[in-house]
Design a protein around this ligand. Structure first.
Ligand SMILES: Cc1cc2nc3c(=O)[nH]c(=O)nc-3n(C[C@H](O)[C@H](O)[C@H](O)COP(=O)(O)OP(=O)(O)OC[C@H]3O[C@@H](n4cnc5c(N)ncnc54)[C@H](O)[C@@H]3O)c2cc1C
Length: 475
């Protein structure tokens, strides 16, 4: 009897550097791939419409590339993560699958779903093999001297480097199977009812597109990354986050290709490349936080005392923020970039998130949700980490009294106002002198709004709210 395997694809939609796929091909005579979608779950996790449309395009390409290896890809719909394990088991039993392979996801719901799936499959005498493809080290493995999980990036990175071995980056190519599996199930179309306004042509789908984007960035931009990464108009970053978020590209591939250009150095050589690899390690750090501190997946702040902060709630301010009409050009330009491109430059994510949580003093969880609902690269741990950093509620967080001034940020990182003018056409004729803080003119024809708040008083209000929460917890 041929050994039959099933690869359960999730956020690893690629052939390159896919340990579950490689093992399935090594161990089985016939292999199928499966992707199981739940619109309810997608909505529960606030995943965006544009990310869904990107997912569907990538699945179509994955199906074609898997067929070259004689592996059919089936898509199924399920109600939720709760119903999924049973559906996966039914599929496996109906198709006489002996072994199921997958790459781990680290969210709390995902881990529960996976554990239950493994249990049900084992009860059906189906073997389960699980791998890590999103990180270099299994989450939780790197520990402080006291044996605790890391909660600060710099020592985490130090330990990450100390233990690093080039063998971690050995990447094998998958080979084609001799024979295709015959299945008793038909693939079903992914069910969804979503539309979006993002220009999806900015994000060509598939592994080849991801690889081209990576090599283009490494060849042309990575060496200057140290200087250019903070300037939104220069576009000096890789824009590979949507590909990493769905696993169309692996972080190991990114690190390997970066190191190849830097004489296989991690800490010396070109500063731009080292800094860029650092960012991939930040991603791994936030995955560790999600794994070691499950409270962050349960809507809780990392710093417990910040749970007592009295956040404000103002519907009008929220509406203006969501539309990119706060009256602060750099904040609005960032928000509008996200609404039109599905992506926002990192510097602006920090500026926008800090403005929301400090000057507006609104709950970071609302901002986190807004980003997830609009980003094509929505990634729970990086988004949660970024919001909690900006709100000073998280690990490694910015101290609560160090609050970015959006006007100074604008002058420093968009000195000529080019980025602002690109995303806020109402301001295209405003002079350089006024672009960061447009003058309010009663008779102006521009419908760009007046600032929604006063920076000085709102800053003091935020500091007071954090202080009060801290004192309340110390008393
Ligand atoms: C409030 C806030 C929300 C964020 N939400 C997300 C999100 O939902 N998804 C997401 O992928 N990133 C998020 N980030 C991190 C960062 O902004 C994006 O990863 C980056 O802008 C993506 O652009 P790039 O691919 O050009 O990055 P590059 O600068 O080219 O970096 C390469 C890769 O490193 C990783 N990376 C870079 N910066 C960070 C960081 N600060 N934290 C974790 N990983 C990082 C990303 O995977 C990125 O693709 C958020 C940051 C903040 C401050």
């Amino acid at each position: 009897m041929p050994m039959k395997g099933l690869i359960w694809f999730r956020t690893d939609l690629r052939l390159d550097d896919n340990p579950a796929l490689l093992d399935a091909i090594d161990k089985c005579d016939e292999v199928a791939g499966i992707y199981i979608f739940s619109e309810n779950q997608w909505n529960d996790h606030n995943e965006s419409n544009v990310k869904l449309s990107f997912l569907i395009k990538n699945l179509e390409i994955l199906e074609k590339s898997l067929s070259n290896l004689n592996i059919p890809l089936i898509t199924l719909n399920t109600n939720s993560f709760k119903s999924l394990p049973k559906d996966l088991n039914n599929f496996s039993v109906t198709n006489n699958i002996n072994q199921v392979f997958w790459n781990n996801e680290f969210g709390i719901n995902e881990s529960k779903r996976d554990d239950l799936s493994a249990q049900i499959l084992n009860n059906s005498n189906i073997h389960v093999s699980r791998f890590d493809d999103q990180v270099i080290y299994e989450p939780g493995i790197l520990r402080t001297g006291q044996g605790k999980p890391f909660s600060v990036f710099t020592p985490f990175k130090r330990r990450w480097i100390e233990n690093f071995d080039m063998n971690f980056l050995e990447i094998r190519k998958p080979s084609a199977l001799k024979k295709s599996i015959s299945l008793n199930n038909e693939s079903s179309k992914i069910q969804y009812s979503k539309i979006h306004k993002v220009d999806i042509d900015l994000w060509p789908a598939g592994e080849d597109a991801a690889a081209a984007r990576l090599s283009n960035f490494l060849e042309l931009k990575s060496r200057d990354y140290n200087q250019s990464r903070n300037s939104p108009i220069l576009d000096g970053t890789s824009r590979i986050s949507p590909y990493l978020a769905l696993g169309i590209l692996s972080p190991r591939r990114c690190i390997l290709e970066g190191m190849k250009l830097n004489n296989f150095e991690l800490t010396s050589g070109n500063k731009g490349i080292c800094k860029w690899i650092d960012e991939i390690v930040w991603r791994e750090f936030y995955r560790n936080i999600m794994h070691s501190f499950p409270k962050v997946s349960l809507n809780k702040p990392f710093q417990d005392y910040t749970d007592s902060i009295k956040w404000r709630h103002c519907d009008n301010e929220l509406k203006a923020f969501y539309e990119g009409r706060t009256g602060f050009p750099i904040v609005d330009a960032g928000i509008r970039q996200m609404l039109t491109e599905g992506w926002m430059h990192n510097r602006l994510r920090m500026v926008v998130a800090m403005f929301f949580t400090k000057n507006m003093l609104h709950d970071w969880r609302l901002g986190e949700e807004f980003f997830m609902k609009n980003l094509i690269d929505g990634d729970f741990s990086s988004n949660n980490g970024g919001w909690q950093w900006s709100a000073s509620t998280g690990t490694d967080a910015a101290p609560y009294f160090r609050i970015f001034n959006p006007i100074t940020q604008s002058q420093n990182f968009d000195p000529n106002g080019d980025f602002i003018k690109k995303f806020i056409p109402e301001l295209k004729d405003v002079s350089l002198k006024n672009i960061h803080q447009p003058k309010q003119d009663l008779f102006s024809s521009s419908d760009y709004p007046a600032p929604m708040l006063d920076l000085k008083t709102s800053r003091l209000r935020a500091i007071e709210a954090f202080k009060t929460a801290r004192e309340f917890n110390n008393s």
